[in-house]
Design a protein around this ligand. Sequence first.
Ligand SMILES: Nc1ncnc2c1ncn2[C@@H]1O[C@H](COP(=O)(O)OP(=O)(O)OP(=O)(O)O)[C@@H](O)[C@H]1O
Ligand SMILES: [Mg+2]
Length: 243
Amino acid sequence: MLEIESLSAGHGGGTVLHGIDLTLTEGSVHAVLGHNGAGKTTLLHTVAGLLRPSRGSVTLAGRRLDGQPPHRIARAGVGLVPQGRRVFARLTVAEHLALAHRRPRGQAAPWTPQAVLRLLPRLDERRSQPGGRLSGGEQQMLALARALLGQPRLLLLDEPTEGLAPDLADEVLQLTRRLADDGLTVLLAAPQLRLAASVADRLTVLTAGRITAAQDGAAARADPAALLAALSPVPVTGLEATP
Ligand SMILES: Nc1ncnc2c1ncn2[C@@H]1O[C@H](COP(=O)(O)OP(=O)(O)OP(=O)(O)O)[C@@H](O)[C@H]1O
Ligand SMILES: [Mg+2]
């Protein structure tokens, strides 16, 4: 579904991502873990076309996306939910949804404002409120709703649980899982292993722009030691069981 091959990218002159390889199957949730500054946002922005890769390729369902402008990539079915949500303070929820609603000719466009509000009843209750009066969780729901209205096949979710209370964070992730079960492919940037492992089919650790560990979700849920070690700021030693 999504093939990322030998992808390198950065900001200005500096390289942040060094030869990233990732494959996402359709309808799966792939979590990219990593500390602040590891390159998660840079990876998502490069896939979305906001940054141009210096090397490598991004292919969605057989179609090369790298080098294309962001609006083309969006039209090819890539939706980004940016870190920090970026909702407009003065526009109402309904206005956000109306602006985001894309109805491409000759293409499936299952998401309507009504459909996203059915999925997100909490947002439905607030539909005449301006973005600036929504809680963090409601703003996150709105950012997700807006991305869905672009009719994505691939959703790039950048730290969607940042700053949310645990139950709300869980709700957002469970919703992500349901969307993937319905066929959406999800690339999720997440700082926390535990939360990400609860929904991801596959997890990859990014350290200073390189992949340092990867595991299937089921294996990570059974024994997260390998991922934890890769996420650890210092090498973990002396924790082995004594014979
Ligand atoms: N606009 C920019 N200009 C220059 N350097 C940048 C820019 N944005 C990010 N960087 C640098 O790129 C590197 C990777 O940053 P990135 O935002 O991708 O990390 P991240 O994993 O998303 O971190 P976080 O968990 O804090 O969101 C960092 O060293 C950061 O300082
Ligand atoms: Mg980030």
